[in-house]
Design a binder for this molecule. Structure first.
Ligand SMILES: Cc1ncc(COP(=O)(O)O)c(C=O)c1O
Length: 571
């Protein structure tokens, strides 16, 4: 079969399926679109993966390592389509809320509505600053359920935490603390390996570092904020990641937004996954490069965009792009999906593009050695041009890193705005990362790191499988510690959050504009610090709330993977 022919077919398939939300990953679509919707999980067997890998790379075999042709993992990802009746009810729910919103706006104009809202001062001759759909949405929809977000906590965000009780006398406009606290199970923090602790090796070492260096650096890396502890951290991380060098920054968000502009600028092309994090999007926008967005996890769409970029070049002039940079994440935190790294690497080699991989959610949490998605797929870290990650998740700390070749990191050290204009990472934070990385690598002389990874991997499989059995629609990869449970109807977003909290379970609920308007969801984050008893308790709560709110929409057969399967045992 001709390559062009294969691509055209993929394209048609994508058009008809992708935004239906059936399986936003073309890799699986290629194999399963002929199936009935809701026919089961989307699993690529090893043979199918090998077949795909060889098809994807057949034209440019000379560029591709053999490791990419033999994927290491059975890929199981779930993106069950929204049932039609649920979609209709959800839209109906929004229609009613919007109608009521307009009705309340009319009452506000007549001064009959008493609930306070943000109103612009009526300045004659000035254009309004805030008028948009977002403010209508905030005023009439979000305000009613504001108590479900920004809940202040007053303890370490470990497996359990304390929430500060508050009440609102004016329908969510203001909150008052009552002075009480509520202890709840924490399934919302990104504490994947359980290093958010107030005691233990990490906390002790961080306290010691505070005594030695203090809390603040009071200068940037280019000036007097470059300490021995930073050098120690960077050498350790380069060793952990399997690359030549690494540079760290005080903030993960700024690691992306401030460093992408040093790699690309006008005349370059950024190809960005449509669900990339805001920090990547901001970095790409600040760079001044042309940005094109490809469908989430859709390798065929990425290839089409790469091919168009190479053939047609820049708009109007048709000059070749000076550089093409692909931006992807390891684990997507709203979908729980994992990037198809071997295929993306094959494409970037084929089209001579550069690859920037954000491992914020995957570093530490994925792979037999905790080295992220690169490790998970058994890829060579040298095949990723720019490795980025953050310390706010698996390391229980703060900050981010850029890693790769020495030349790359030297360039970052000299050119990065974060290195030049932002204060460097505080020493206790650097020490927390050093100690947790040593535990992950087993350099502390114990098996604590591998136990944490094992517990997390087990928790992910167990939690996901039980939710499937209960009949919830959940998204994402079976190995992802982020587990989105679909809620759909707007009224159920707040109801789910409040009902779970009343029963002692705290989690994050997410709706528009962070998700497509009908795909509101609860996002559970698993941690190595969750014991089986805790997970069972959480599952019992979710089960009860799910029945109460009629959330068990799935019509898919229960998938076959379990916490005991062969693949898991290899970890
Ligand atoms: C993919 C991704 N990149 C970057 C960041 C920003 O990192 P930080 O929160 O450490 O500033 C996040 C934050 O959640 C993220 O999810």
């Amino acid at each position: 079969m001709e390559k062009g022919e294969r691509l055209d077919k993929n394209e048609n398939k994508n058009n008809c399926s992708l935004r239906n939300g059936l399986i936003p990953n073309s890799n699986y679509q290629n194999h399963y679109l002929s199936r009935e919707k809701g026919d089961g999980p989307f699993v690529l067997t090893h043979e199918e993966q090998a077949l795909k890998a060889s098809a994807a790379t057949s034209d440019h075999d000379e560029n591709v390592d053999s490791s990419e042709e033999e994927p290491q993992h059975e890929i199981v990802e779930f993106f069950e389509e929204t049932p039609l009746w649920v979609a209709i009810l959800t839209y109906l729910g929004y229609a009613i809320l919007i109608l009521f919103g307009h009705f309340r706006d009319v009452l506000r104009n007549w001064k009959l509505e008493k609930a306070p809202v943000a109103a612009e001062p009526n300045k004659e001759g000035w254009v309004p600053l805030y008028q948009s759909f977002e403010s209508f949405y905030t005023r009439n929809l979000y305000m009613r359920i504001r108590d479900c977000w920004n809940r202040p906590i007053c303890s370490v965000p470990g497996a359990e935490f304390n929430l500060m009780d508050r009440e609102t006398p004016d329908h969510g406009w203001t909150f008052k603390f009552t002075g009480g606290t509520t202890k709840a199970m924490n399934m919302g923090s990104y504490n994947y390996l359980g290093f958010a602790q107030t005691e233990g090796l990490c906390a002790d070492a961080a306290v010691e570092a505070t005594h030695k260096y203090g809390c603040g650096m009071c200068s940037s890396r280019h000036e007097l904020g470059n300490m021995d502890i930073h050098t120690e951290l960077e050498e350790l991380l380069a060793n952990f990641l399997g690359v030549e060098d690494c540079m760290t920054f005080g903030m993960g968000f700024a690691t992306n937004s401030m460093n992408i502009p040093i790699f690309v600028n006008k005349g370059c092309l950024v190809l960005s996954d449509e669900l990339n994090h805001a920090s990547l999007v901001l970095g790409a926008r600040l760079s001044g490069a042309t940005i094109k967005v490809f469908k989430h996890g859709d390798v065929a769409d990425l290839e089409q965009k790469l091919r168009d970029a190479v053939i047609y070049g820049q708009a109007r002039t048709h000059r070749p792009y000076r550089k093409i940079l692909i931006l992807v994440e390891g684990i997507y935190s709203m979908e729980g999906s994992i990037v198809m790294l071997p295929e993306v690497i094959a494409l970037k080699k084929k089209y001579k593009a550069y690859l920037f991989l954000d491992e914020a959610h995957s570093i530490g949490a994925l792979g037999p050695n905790g080295r992220g998605v690169v490790d998970y797929f058994g890829c060579d870290p040298k095949d990723v041009d720019i490795l980025m990650g953050t310390f706010t998740k698996s390391f229980g700390a703060a900050g981010g890193y850029i890693a790769g070749t020495k030349t790359l990191v030297d360039y970052v050290r000299h050119r990065s705005h974060s290195a030049c204009y932002a204060t460097s990472m505080p020493a206790p934070v650097a020490q927390q990362i050093i100690t947790s990385t040593k535990i992950i690598m087993g350099l502390d002389g114990t098996d604590d790191g591998s136990k944490r990874r094992g517990q997390l991997a087990w928790n992910c499989r167990y939690f996901r499988r039980r939710l499937h059995e209960m009949g919830f629609i959940i998204f994402g990869n079976k190995d992802s510690p982020v587990v989105p449970v679909l809620l759909y109807c707007p009224a159920k977003i707040a109801a789910f959050s409040r009902e779970c909290l009343q029963r002692g379970l705290a989690t994050v609920v997410v709706g528009f504009p962070a998700t497509p308007i009908i795909e509101s969801r609860a996002r559970f984050c698993l941690s190595a610090s969750h014991t089986k008893e805790m997970i069972d308790k959480a599952l019992a709560i979710i089960d009860e709330v799910g029945d109460r709110l009629s959330l068990k929409y799935s019509s898919m057969p229960v998938p076959q993977f379990s916490e005991k399967d062969e693949d898991f045992k290899k970890r």
